[in-house]
Design a binder for this molecule. Structure first.
Ligand SMILES: [Zn+2]
Length: 414
């Protein structure tokens, strides 16, 4: 490693992860858990302490703040940086005990609170690029929360840096911290107009240099099979079992492709994730994923065809197909604003990184925001093994992400 750009990101991160901010799918409130407000409120106080006067939290828990433009840069479009404070409901985020493993040299990192949990370079090829760096893990019984407190800490550290370095020219910089991303509701009440940014970046990605500009387009499909019930002792020639027809439908789904367990990269899939019912009625719930809208339509047609095929032999059976849009590929929006991705590329190159354009096999808050009128690709934050007790990040990746943010602000102002 050559010269190091040292920021407050890691120190902030080590504090933020000790605050439990797990979100909850079952909750009817917003945010889904009140404990997220502890960190969100603390962030407002820290922003105020930096001298950012308009930092505020709203009734939903969204934190928004502005770093005013430097002299003569009022005309530069306002750029936003967004991260989510909540952690995944899948793994405990309570009493997180972060551990800094200094000067990583390829050794196995045994997490002391459960020595069976070992981070090994063999299972984590990304660790090879981290030799000489300081790796941060949890202690073995919880997740770490790098997803997305790494992003939160990086944005905070970048804000602090910009405030302390008025010689760095930039336009208006908007900061946004959100709850409930992990339960798919991170943007539910996000007021794009009030946020006031023209373009934004989420800091919520994996390896240094990663620049995510594409995500799945996603739909949900519910197939309701209708049969005909009769007393099973006197059902000959009369009973038509919806649950058997639904099973036949599932059985005829593609077996050697088009499923989550057989696809990667740019391949889409159809995923049967729930089936319930009886003789009279049975429902099958499916998720459809594809990077292209046409591919999504094709998959919907294929499923409808199969469903109709399996009911055809039974005149008293029927199927109803309902398709619901979940989210769309943000590339559709970003392609209309190429400067958003161009500036990210430039900023990464300026800090010595080779940008790696990546696609996300899922949805992101950035995708939803993009379709709400705020084009928002996703930048690396240094998150690895997310939603896992083996989650890790590195001090140097966090510093690098701060550098990218600062450089992005500069690049937009030129
Ligand atoms: Zn995340």
């Amino acid at each position: 490693m050559t010269q190091r750009f040292s920021t407050s990101a890691a120190a902030r991160f080590l504090r933020y992860v000790t605050i439990d901010t797990q979100s909850d799918e079952q909750s009817q409130t917003y945010p889904s858990t009140a404990k997220q407000l502890v960190l969100l409120t603390q962030l407002v106080a820290e922003l105020e302490a930096m001298g950012i006067a308009d930092a505020a939290i709203d009734q939903f828990g969204y934190v928004m703040a502005t770093i005013p433009p430097t002299a003569g840069k009022h005309e530069v479009p306002a750029i936003g940086f967004i991260a989510h404070v909540d952690t995944s409901p899948e793994v405990s985020g309570a009493n997180v005990r972060p551990i800094v493993h200094q000067n990583y040299d390829g050794r196995d990192l045994v997490l002391p609170d459960d020595p069976a949990v070992v981070l090994r370079e063999g299972d984590n090829p990304e660790l090879a690029e981290q030799r000489g760096n300081d790796i941060i893990t949890a202690s073995g019984t919880t997740l770490l929360g790098a997803d997305d407190k790494a992003g939160v800490a990086e944005i905070m550290a970048a804000a602090e840096y910009l405030v302390a370095h008025p010689e760095i020219q930039h336009g208006p910089i908007k900061i946004g911290f959100t709850p409930d991303e992990e339960v798919g509701r991170g943007t539910q009440y996000f007021d794009v107009a009030r946020f006031g940014a023209r373009y934004a970046y989420t800091l919520d990605g994996p390896s240094r240099g990663d620049l995510e500009i594409e995500n799945f387009s996603a739909d949900a499909m519910t197939l309701t099979f209708k049969g005909f019930n009769a007393h099973p002792g006197y059902a000959k020639g009369r009973m038509v079992s919806a649950i058997k027809i639904a099973s036949e439908f599932v059985h005829r789904l593609p077996k050697h492709g088009l499923s989550p367990e057989t696809t990667e990269g740019y391949d889409g899939y159809v995923h049967v994730h729930r089936m319930e019912g009886g003789v009279e009625k049975a429902t099958v719930k499916m998720l459809l994923r594809d990077f292209a809208a046409a591919g999504l339509d094709e998959k919907a047609r294929m499923l409808t065809d199969v469903a109709e095929e399996v009911v055809r032999p039974f005149p008293s059976a029927a199927v109803e197909v309902e398709r619901q849009e979940s989210y769309r590929n943000m590339k559709e929006v970003l392609d209309r604003h190429p400067e958003v991705v161009d500036h990210a590329r430039t900023a990464m190159q300026r800090v010595g990184l080779q940008p790696r354009i990546r696609q996300i096999r899922g949805g992101t808050d950035g995708a939803r925001l993009s379709f709400m009128g705020l084009p928002t690709p996703n930048l690396f934050a240094g998150e690895h093994n997310i939603h896992s007790r083996l989650e890790w990040t590195s001090v140097q990746d966090m510093d690098k992400a701060v550098e990218v943010i600062v450089e992005l602000c500069r690049s937009w102002a030129e």
